[in-house]
Design a protein around this ligand. Structure first.
Ligand SMILES: [Zn+2]
Length: 122
């Protein structure tokens, strides 16, 4: 958890911080203990621009994990952030989401935590 603390601290401040490896300079997501490119373990945490595009998506209509039942129906998507990394996320305002749609970062409060979500940029 300690290595991920900057990520969670950023969310509470309304920022999606991405780990930029100090050894190879590459960015990755999801945050993890070691850089998947070079195994470096030191990062600079820089805010994402907050723009992304839909890579793939689906609408969940039934039988989600119980913690998500109150959100039905909801859209989940894999999005490509402008920084070149992918992220599994919730798109919160999509009536007709399509591959390639531009999205903007937003945040929601769920169970006392600030979580990153996306909205359509239309
Ligand atoms: Zn690296």
């Amino acid at each position: 958890m300690r290595i991920l603390q900057p990520y969670f601290d950023g969310l509470t401040q309304g920022k999606l911080l991405l780990p930029h490896c100090r050894s190879c300079g590459k960015v990755h997501f999801y945050p993890r203990h070691a850089c998947p490119h070079c195994w470096g373990e030191a990062y600079d945490w820089k805010p994402a621009k907050g723009t992304a595009r839909v890579v793939t998506h689906t609408r969940v209509l039934a039988n989600p994990p119980s913690a998500f039942e109150h959100l039905l129906p909801f859209d989940i998507a894999i999005v490509a952030l402008d920084e070149g990394v992918s992220m599994l996320t919730n798109v919160v305002d999509s009536a007709s989401l399509a591959v390639g749609d531009e999205l903007k970062l937003d945040f929601v409060q769920r169970d006392g935590k600030t979580l990153p979500v996306f909205k359509t940029a239309r």
